[in-house]
Design a protein around this ligand. Structure first.
Ligand SMILES: [Ca+2]
Ligand SMILES: [Ca+2]
Ligand SMILES: [Ca+2]
Ligand SMILES: [Ca+2]
Length: 339
């Protein structure tokens, strides 16, 4: 995969003031943004002076993911799940064909693709070689490059703009992760699925036995790729934590609920932050969800001093020295683990 250039967007003139709320993070890894305590943000972005607010709507200038495309994507996921059986390596294989690592690809075909006949997951992304080659649930998967799949559902009028998705894709493409193909980077596939789901003011809640209003309920009801390697994201008007409106996002293993912003960079940054939690980067790790370290000391979107001002995870070259990209590539929580 060729690395793409970064977006080159400006920095926030007045970064959103994120605050720590202590032990809540240990349990919930929630994002807290004090600036939205009143329900509105008042932050200006230096490059275009856009007024930012937690919003379901988008600015006129912002191109949205096309509704027809989104519905097509959603239908595709459903079809793939319904018809989802994938014959391992097709019917043309001879009866004597050997699949040494039982990944669904015979050794001969693995060699022709450059995959490892003795490793069921050559690129270590959690998706078996045969699945990457043959399963339509994973469009554009490459058994020699790291792939991550995310299904995005949305309540009401919430949207992930193309610009936000592009920023996210570029950030992963630039990841300092080596691939068996010889290239670097992670190919993240953000598939927009359901839209216009019934909205609710308490999408993240610890009260699971209550009304069907938390992100786990949304996942149970609407996650077409459930049980696969996909991560699940639900966009909502209000990701209140037990009714507290200052929260704009929540990430737990395998799952994210978040609000969106008019400015693509803010949405993309919050997406990266909460997805980091879905990968297992949580508040028990030093510096995560806190302002303890400057961005020079801890250069990550997981740092509240870096949130909204950047997109990437740390690469181990900052003062803290923790390589979050390697964690994401090699040790992250896999949804198939039960998330
Ligand atoms: Ca094989
Ligand atoms: Ca293999
Ligand atoms: Ca793989
Ligand atoms: Ca792959």
């Amino acid at each position: 995969m060729a690395s793409r250039p970064r977006g080159g967007r400006g920095r926030l003139a007045a970064p959103v003031d994120a605050v720590s709320v202590g032990p809540i993070h240990v349990v919930t890894a929630l994002l807290v943004v004090a600036a939205v305590a009143s329900g509105t943000l008042a932050v200006s972005v230096s490059d275009d002076e856009t007024q930012v607010r937690p919003a379901g709507g988008a600015t006129v200038a912002e191109r949205l993911v096309d509704a027809d495309d989104a519905e097509t994507d959603g239908a595709a996921i459903r079809r793939q799940r319904v018809g989802g059986t994938t014959e391992p390596d097709g019917s043309t294989a001879s009866v004597n064909a050997t699949d040494t690592d039982a990944d669904g690809l015979i050794d001969e075909r693995e060699r022709s693709l450059g995959a490892d006949p003795t490793d069921p997951d050559t690129d270590g992304d959690g998706i078996p070689d045969g699945t990457e080659v043959d399963d339509p649930l994973y469009p554009d998967a490459d058994p020699l490059e790291h792939d991550i799949y995310v299904e995005v559902d949305a309540t009401g009028e919430n949207r992930l703009s193309e610009a936000a998705v592009d920023l996210i894709e570029r950030t992963f493409a630039d990841a300092p992760v080596e691939n068996p193909s010889g290239g670097s980077g992670i190919d993240i596939h953000v598939l927009v699925d359901d839209r216009g789901l019934e909205s609710n003011a308490t999408v993240y809640s610890t009260d699971r036995p209550g009304p069907r209003d938390d992100m786990y309920d949304f996942r149970e009801d609407h996650f077409d790729a459930s049980g696969s390697a996909y991560y699940y994201v639900v966009l909502a008007d209000d990701v209140a934590y037990d009714g507290q409106p200052r929260y704009v996002g929540a990430g737990r293993p395998g799952i994210v609920a978040m609000q969106t912003f008019d400015a693509p960079k803010l949405t993309a940054s919050l997406f990266m932050h909460e997805l980091g939690h879905a990968f297992g980067l949580d508040g028990r790790a030093e510096g995560v969800d806190s302002k303890t370290y400057s961005t020079e000391e801890y250069d990550s979107v997981m740092n509240y001093n870096g949130l909204y001002d950047q997109l990437a995870y740390s690469n181990g070259t900052d003062g803290l020295g923790r390589d979050e990209w390697q964690y994401v590539a090699r040790e992250r929580h896999q949804p198939g683990d039960g998330g």
